[in-house]
Design a protein around this ligand. Structure first.
Ligand SMILES: [Zn+2]
Ligand SMILES: [Zn+2]
Ligand SMILES: [Zn+2]
Length: 365
């Protein structure tokens, strides 16, 4: 089930010790501990309203609201809170058997070197996005990122009991560098995924833009036809014709300006920011695989996700939003997806986007 804004806020309040009750699709009643009500600057018993239409006696909790902005306050210490999940028993032998189904490369082989259960962390990040053009579209996208190997997944359908089962304030504090690196990777991934999620919004935008351009175009073309008719009319003096030709030029440049305005009006900008993040310490199996590509090799920690109870997908070390199959590059044994290993559209050279930061080494495109 995809978690709505209301669900996510309910989860976060619940995680912070409130009693929440969903009244309907737009209303949430919450009984807050004193500290929480102070931080959010709302009464201890509050009825939160998620609809655009404001209702009497309720507190606005929509994306533009003061309350929404203050949710960030709940994640102090640079935006993070720490938690852990209870450790469980893993049947390593059984799990290892599934590794070949979940992990594979198009141009490289791998061998399982070592298996161990170790402590590391996942970062659950809630990104807020706002897409603005002539209309506005906003939402929340939760992400789960493995801080050890940067495997990331859009986690819109995380289990409801996940936040409830977290042991708050527990677990290892992660280093700042590790967390920044993890947030950046998750952000890169979100920047790829969110536009894909907004496909319908973008399509409708393009449809309206095309419709309006057509209207403007036809309007000005009709004006031009009228003027051209006047030019051809018998009895016009040379002076009249000259004036009319000037008029034609003005109509043409007006048309271009109007179309440029329309394109600007419908241009889409997407803003993404992390709203909250929870560092979740786990104790889980790591399967060290030795990846072999030609003469190079690399030891990589593939992980079994104790929340999802399956192998984490391999990361793409450039886009963090793997698409199609996985490749390994010659120079640095980067793991990259099909999209980030495809030939350069300008010169046709196949290259690793992670080695070259997305710029073709042959033609600099
Ligand atoms: Zn990629
Ligand atoms: Zn190129
Ligand atoms: Zn590379």
């Amino acid at each position: 089930m995809v978690r709505s804004l209301q669900d996510v806020i309910a989860d976060i309040l619940d995680y912070k010790g409130a009693d929440v009750e969903k009244i309907d699709e737009e209303t949430l009643n919450a009984l807050l501990p004193e500290g929480l009500s102070k931080t959010l600057d709302i009464p201890e018993y509050a009825s939160l309203c998620f609809s655009w239409e404001k209702k009497d006696g309720t507190i606005d909790a929509s994306y533009d609201s003061y309350l929404f902005a203050s949710i960030k306050e709940l994640f102090k210490e640079g935006g993070f809170t720490y938690a852990s999940i209870p450790s469980s028993n893993f049947n390593l032998e059984k799990i290892a058997k599934g590794i070949n189904e979940r992990i594979g490369f198009r141009n490289a082989t791998f061998r399982l070197e070592k298996t161990e259960i170790i402590g590391f962390s996942y970062l659950l990040v809630f990104f807020k996005y706002v897409a603005i053009s002539d209309e506005k579209n906003e939402g929340i996208l939760p992400f789960l990122l493995n801080c050890m190997n940067l495997s990331s997944i859009a986690f819109e359908d995380y289990p409801i009991e996940l936040l409830e089962n977290l042991e708050q304030g527990q677990g290892q504090e992660a280093s700042k560098d590790l967390l920044i690196n993890a947030i950046q990777s998750a952000h890169t991934s979100a920047a790829h995924i969110i536009p894909e999620r907004l496909k319908d919004f973008k399509n409708s935008l393009e449809r309206r833009l095309n419709r309006d351009i057509k209207r403007i175009y036809e309007y000005y073309e009709n004006l031009k036809i009228e003027v051209e008719k006047a030019i051809e009319r018998k009895g016009s003096t040379e002076e009249d014709v000259e004036k009319l030709r000037n008029k034609l030029d003005i109509i043409e440049s007006d048309k271009r300006l109007k179309i440029q305005d329309l394109i600007a009006q419908y241009s889409l900008s997407i803003h993404i920011e992390p709203l909250a993040a929870i560092n979740i310490s786990v104790s889980a199996p790591i399967f060290w695989i030795n990846i072999k590509r030609r003469l190079s090799e690399r030891l990589f920690p593939s992980s079994y996700n104790p929340i999802l109870k399956q192998f984490d997908p391999l990361p793409c070390e450039f886009c963090f939003n793997p698409y199609d199959s996985y490749y390994v590059c010659d120079d640095n044994c980067h793991i990259i997806c099909g999209r980030c290993f495809k030939p350069c559209p300008s010169c046709g050279k196949q290259y690793c986007r992670a080695c070259h930061k997305g710029i073709c080494p042959k033609c600099s495109n």
